[in-house]
Design a binder for this molecule. Structure first.
Ligand code: GTP
Length: 200
């Protein structure tokens, strides 16, 4: 193995080790077929309320996109429900999913604190494919009303355009996820820094 390969291996090990110790936040993506879910999926380290967490955005619809994945959302810390603004039936399915999610008791997933101390699951509704405005079957007002009725945040985006709307939508959703306490580390450096700061 040459130095470059060794270096790459070492840094990937460090990244893996760092990631392994981070609290994990999982966002479940739900929605009908062909609404654009696969472009939404990612995994990366992000800060939530100042704490770095390992964020996973995962499609839980599986092969049968029109069946409510009750079991798969049990581990989720937040849900992102997606429809296409060009497909009325995908919007209707999204509103059914929001209703079902609001009825589903939240589990004791790490980001929601100890089991039993359940807070409402943070939900976001996302209308995708706004670049196809001429084919619209769902108005912005429809989306806003449905999200307000289910206490979900609302965004529209063109995921294909990669305009940053998606990240703003996920950011808003994450702001509602309580910071996981499970593996938060006590920072001696920070504590010393603030002590010295207070003394000087
Ligand atoms: N015009 C446009 N097309 C999009 C956009 N997002 C996704 N698509 C297209 O929509 C089609 C379906 O996207 P997918 O990501 O496969 O949809 P999905 O929801 O994962 O579909 P399933 O795997 O069947 O559940 C693809 O051809 C995408 O290229 C968008 O913002 N605008």
């Amino acid at each position: 193995m040459n130095n470059r390969a060794l270096g790459a291996k070492a840094s990937s090990t460090i990244m893996r080790d760092e990631r392994a110790s981070l609290p994990r936040v999982r966002v479940a993506v739900l929605g009908s077929s062909r609404v654009g879910k696969s472009d939404l999926l990612y995994r990366q380290t992000v800060p939530i309320n100042g704490t770095p967490v390992e964020l996973e955005v995962i499609d839980v619809s599986g092969s049968n996109s029109d069946k409510f994945p009750a079991e798969q959302i049990q581990w989720a810390d937040a849900c992102l429900v997606v429809y296409s603004v060009t497909d009325r039936s995908s919007f209707e399915y999204a509103t059914e999913v929001l209703t079902a999610l609001r009825r589903t008791p939240t589990s004791g997933s790490p980001a929601h604190g100890p089991a039993g101390a359940s807070a409402p699951m943070p939900l976001a509704l996302l209308g995708n494919k706004t670049d196809l405005d001429h084919l619209r079957q769902v108005t912005t007002t429809d989306g806003q009303s449905a999200s307000a009725a289910h206490n979900a945040s609302f965004s529209e985006a063109s995921v294909a355009d990669n305009s940053g709307d998606l990240y703003r939508c996920v950011d808003r959703l994450l702001a509602e996820v309580r910071t996981p306490l499970r593996t938060r580390k006590f920072s001696v450096t920070k504590m010393l820094g603030s002590l010295i700061g207070n003394l000087s």
